[in-house]
Design a protein around this ligand. Structure first.
Ligand code: 6GU
Length: 289
């Protein structure tokens, strides 16, 4: 069982995503508990003020430190249903990590999700993009996470991303116990293509090898497709991937094949990130239908 305490000004944003199939079931089966805490309830003044203009001027509003400190300290002082430890800390020895979701955080990854999935209790503080009083970061948060290099209006969607990615790693959360180990990024490679029935759809056939019943050939094909796709789209991932000598030989072969043009010139490989949205992309051969 993992217990998330989420601190937010917008708890309603979480309700529908948390009811979704896998997250809803994980909660129903007692693997996941998400407690939502409205920071506004912990603002000490009569009007429950949670943000104010920044010292020094400039636009926007800044989330006040006191309601956030009050909320986190009050909630973590009580053990959750599971009875996990409640002292703030870095996650070691039962201490509860307090994670601030902010675009300035370190980049969330599958590896961080796996580390979080080993915790019993985690606190997530959702910042709003105009900012959170620096003393929250300095004296309350033990970690700061961002989910990517773009700016959201607040940390709520990022917190949901974190909860989703962590939950699917909990034992038994996915129907198939091998699913999490097989997916993209789990082994440092992108996944290759998947096919299901029918065998021929609008004239487009499923690769023959998948119908062959030859398990070793299927496994080899899948590995090669994963390597091919990773080289094409995310060559940066290959640097940290666990590759066998056979994998390396295959990649070497691919590079040589692709580097050679008919005129003998060598084409530089462009990763997906270098391609702009508007730029046209060569489509795979599409039989007419
Ligand atoms: Cl965690 N918060 C906000 N406001 N924007 C983000 C983010 C977080 N991660 C990426 N962009």
């Amino acid at each position: 069982m993992i217990h998330f305490d989420v601190f937010t000004l917008f708890p309603d944003m979480f309700r529908s995503p948390l009811e979704g199939s896998i997250l809803g079931r994980a909660q129903g089966e007692g693997r996941l508990c998400v407690a939502l805490h409205d920071i506004r309830d912990y603002a000490p003044d009569k009007h429950h003020v949670t943000d104010e203009p920044p010292y020094g001027g400039g636009g926007g509003m800044v989330m006040k430190a006191e309601p956030i400190f009050n909320a986190v300290e009050a909630v973590l002082a009580e053990p959750p249903a599971g009875g996990a430890g409640f002292r703030i800390g870095d996650g070691a020895e039962g201490l509860v990590p307090v994670v601030l979701l902010t675009p300035q955080g370190r980049l969330f990854s599958q590896e961080i999700a796996a580390q979080m999935a080993r915790q019993r209790r985690l606190a997530l503080i959702c910042g709003r993009y105009e900012g959170v009083d620096e003393r929250v970061r300095q004296y309350l948060a033990t970690d700061e996470l961002s989910i990517g290099d773009y700016v959201l209006t607040g940390g709520e969607l990022a917190a949901m991303v974190v909860i989703d990615a962590v939950t699917r790693l909990l034992p038994g959360a996915l129907g198939d116990p091998t699913a999490a180990a097989r997916d993209s990024h789990a082994r440092g490679l992108l996944e290759g293509p998947h096919y299901t029935r029918p065998r021929v759809f609008r004239g487009w056939e499923v690769p023959e090898v998948l119908l062959s019943g030859d398990h070793a050939a299927v496994a080899r094909w899948r590995r090669e497709q994963a390597l091919r796709r990773t080289l094409e789209r995310r060559p940066d991932l290959l640097e940290d991937a666990a590759l066998t000598a056979e994998d390396r030989a295959f990649l070497e072969e691919l590079c040589q094949e692709r580097g050679k043009r008919e005129d003998g010139s060598v084409e530089e490989h462009r990763g997906r990130e270098d391609r702009s949205l508007g730029e046209s992309v060569e489509l795979e051969d599409r039989p007419a239908h």
